[in-house]
Design a protein around this ligand. Structure first.
Ligand code: GDP
Length: 321
């Protein structure tokens, strides 16, 4: 495997004159890198978004070798991206309408990654203010503050851009809600590049799609393995800083990381109810909130039936594992 690694300088590496006397002297150089055999041996995969150590740099041919992968803050598998800071869960107000159980599955999957999330509802120009108000108060009872947006009318796009600045984000949600349209609307054309210096600390950010495809084509011809067919993901620079994955994530939430004991933690309204009752606690540490003696969670919350449905699904999966 070869990957394109893009240098992102620490702020302090900037020469006050604005020029860079070391390294190749070029701003935002991208290097085509092989992954050293030692990493393959220990099965350290390089993901988009990883921070890596690059050695054996040939500045003229823009090649190098990835020698190490630094510890990841976060990792998601669909799409495979490391160090994601933010998930944008996107649904639409209409075409398709919000299906509350499906929304719950996406939210639980997103919560289970431990990555901060924002809930946004697209196509808001298609519905009335009353409908927006009703969903707002309904989702507040789920402990979410949704952002109502519309790619078509540009409503809310500034807010989303503001939230995503300086972060690496992935948009997740079912098909047809406008994820690709939103990615295109948010990305802008500016390719923000860093500067080069002789420290070999790099962030591998796959470059623009065009650049990536050029390089990948070149590699597959040389390696004789034919055309690269694996699913690609690139991080696109956002105009206000930060990166957005060009491929949306978990179209079908598998909830594979959710266990019967962790499920309740992925419902923020349960977390809130428990917090509000502190210092009182459920009598059992592993309380599943199914009416056990001394349980503080009563069954009078809207998503209780979804919680029970998901709990059944997870219990069955765990029994067969
Ligand atoms: P994805 O499957 O989630 O990536 O959705 P797409 O981006 O492919 O959009 C699905 C359809 O919704 C397309 O026909 C878009 O033009 C349309 N669409 C996207 N955003 C909006 C919006 O804000 N309002 C309306 N009315 N349609 C939109």
């Amino acid at each position: 495997m070869r990957v394109i690694v893009q240098y992102i300088p620490p702020e302090t590496s900037m020469d006050p004159s604005g020029s860079f006397s070391k390294g190749s002297g070029e701003i935002g150089v991208e290097l085509l890198c092989v992954v050293k055999a030692v990493l393959k041996k220990i099965k350290r995969r390089v993901l988009v978004g990883d921070k890596v150590l690059v050695g054996s740099i040939d500045w003229v041919d823009r090649r190098g070798a990835i020698e190490n992968v630094f510890q990841r803050k976060t990792e998601i598998l669909d799409p495979p991206v490391a160090n994601v800071d933010h998930l944008l869960v996107l649904f639409s107000m209409d075409q398709p309408k919000i299906e509350p159980f499906s929304l719950t599955r996406f939210l639980v999957e997103a919560e289970s990654t431990g990555i901060p999330l924002t809930l946004a509802l697209n196509k808001s120009e298609l519905v009335s203010q009353e409908e927006i108000k009703a969903w707002k108060s309904r989702l507040r009872s789920w402990a979410y503050e949704p952002i109502f947006c519309s790619v078509d009318s540009k409503r809310g796009l500034d807010t989303l851009q503001f939230i995503m600045r300086e972060q690496t984000s992935v948009i997740v949600g079912p098909s047809g809600v406008g994820k690709s349209s939103l990615i295109n609307a948010l990305r802008g054309n500016k390719h923000v590049l860093g500067a080069v210096e002789e420290r070999n600390w790099f962030d591998p950010i796959l470059g623009s799609k065009w650049f990536e495809e050029q390089r990948v084509g070149e590699v597959s011809v040389r390696s004789g393995r034919g055309k690269h067919t694996t699913r690609h993901v690139s991080l696109l620079p956002l105009p206000d800083g930060g990166y957005l994955a060009d491929t949306p994530g978990f179209n079908q939430p598998s909830l594979i990381k959710v266990t019967k004991n962790s499920l309740a933690h992925h419902f923020p309204e349960i977390r809130k109810m428990l917090k509000d009752s502190a210092p009182a606690k459920c009598a059992f540490n592993n309380c599943l909130h199914l009416g056990e003696p001394g349980c503080l969670i009563k069954g009078d919350w809207e998503r209780c039936s979804y919680y029970l449905q998901l709990l059944d699904e997870i219990k069955i999966r765990e029994e067969f594992q």
